[in-house]
Design a protein around this ligand. Structure first.
Ligand SMILES: Cc1cc2nc3c(=O)[nH]c(=O)nc-3n(C[C@H](O)[C@H](O)[C@H](O)COP(=O)(O)OP(=O)(O)OC[C@H]3O[C@@H](n4cnc5c(N)ncnc54)[C@H](O)[C@@H]3O)c2cc1C
Length: 326
């Protein structure tokens, strides 16, 4: 049974972590439904080689539907997924979140007149159907969402689904003969934006050192960069400092920035406003440095350090370097 279809974004011969999380989650759930998970990939056939497509089998995908169309744009993917869902009868489509996932999921929902749930943090199987779990009212309550018809579209929070190499062989590659809708050919990828201020994508980094207004000035970010470099992580920021021009927007975490879930989130000089919290609260370990013992960030930190970041950050960097050097 064709149960769950997902989409995998690739760039320079690699699938992105968020997509692989969605493929892993779809495979696990499809198994519980007694069906199969499949993946749509869209792009240049020269880049989407057989070996690359088959490798999605490692994450549990049974089939990979490969369509030749411009990559990195939502509408061609909507065309490809709508065709595969209609031809093969998939019951659900699942996405790992991220801007492209949101755009494709929304487009697919409109195209197929489907039901959609966004910001999903967990998916369960109940009575042979999928139930999407999502926080609402600024994360103060959690609701279960069931689908009354098919297909059901599920859009996860960024990195909500863990990657899991549970597959036991290559996926079968099926080429899709795709006719793009006329409106899907109107947008062109002119240039892929370079992320400034960090060589690592903060959404993929396992270790993040985030700076806020407590850094005092733009140059204060050097303290975060030094620690991030010593740890092998990346630098993130609050909206207050991004708005002040101290750090690039690409590094902003929160309601109007990115959502991250690294293994370690170290917050330096960040008060912990709700709009910041919603973007980082799923981090595995939260460590906060703040000179104010009553700062809200301590309420959701695993470890709190009350003190001046100008003294603590350099000492931490030294300690990490010494430990690594030793
Ligand atoms: C609609 C809307 C959307 C928003 N979206 C976002 C968003 O996406 N992301 C986001 O981050 N914010 C967002 N905000 C802004 C948010 O409300 C806060 O204003 C912002 O997060 C505060 O940033 P901050 O923690 O850097 O600064 P502050 O709140 O000013 O906190 C600075 C902290 O540094 C501490 N500090 C000062 N000096 C030192 C020192 N020497 N050593 C140690 N600690 C020190 C202070 O005690 C304080 O707790 C949004 C707001 C609105 C209204």
């Amino acid at each position: 049974m064709s149960a769950i279809l997902t989409y995998a974004l690739h760039y320079e011969g690699e699938f992105n972590k968020n997509s692989l999380g969605a493929v892993s989650e779809a495979s696990k759930l499809a198994g519980e439904l007694g069906g199969e998970a499949a993946v749509v990939v869209v792009g240049d056939p020269g880049e989407l080689t057989d070996d690359l497509c088959k490798s999605l089998g490692k994450y549990g995908a049974k089939k990979v539907y490969r369509a030749e169309a411009p990559e990195g744009l939502a509408q061609p993917v909507v065309d490809a997924m709508a065709k595969v869902i209609q031809d093969e009868g998939f019951k659900y489509a699942l996405f790992g979140g991220g801007l492209l996932g949101f755009e494709i999921g929304a487009g697919l929902t409109a195209r197929l007149n489907a039901g959609v749930t966004m910001e999903v943090t967990e998916v369960k199987v109940q009575d042979g159907k999928l139930v999407a779990v999502r926080p609402v009212l600024q994360d103060s309550a959690i609701v279960d969402v069931e689908y009354v018809g098919e297909p059901g579209i599920i859009i996860g929070r960024l990195n909500a689904f863990d990657t899991n190499e549970s597959g036991d062989g290559d996926a079968e590659v099926v080429d899709v003969d795709l006719q793009l809708e006329e409106h899907s050919t109107r947008a062109k990828m002119v240039k892929r934006g370079e992320q400034r201020g960090a060589d690592v994508n903060i959404e993929d980094a396992d270790l993040l050192v985030a700076g806020g207004r407590g850094l005092g000035k733009a140059e204060g970010f050097e303290l975060c960069e030094q620690l991030a470099e010593a740890l092998g992580g990346a630098v993130a920021a609050t909206r207050a400092v991004v708005d002040a021009g101290w750090y690039p927007y690409a590094a902003q975490i929160g309601q109007t920035g990115k959502t991250v879930a690294p293994k370690l989130y170290l917050a330096a000089g960040i008060s912990g406003a709700i709009q910041h919290k919603v973007g980082m609260q799923s981090s595995e370990n939260i460590v906060a440095i703040n000179k104010d013992p009553n700062a809200p960030i301590f309420e959701f930190s695993d470890l709190g350090i009350v003190g001046d970041l100008n003294k603590i950050l350099p000492k931490l960097t030294e300690a990490v370097k010494a430990k690594k050097g030793g």
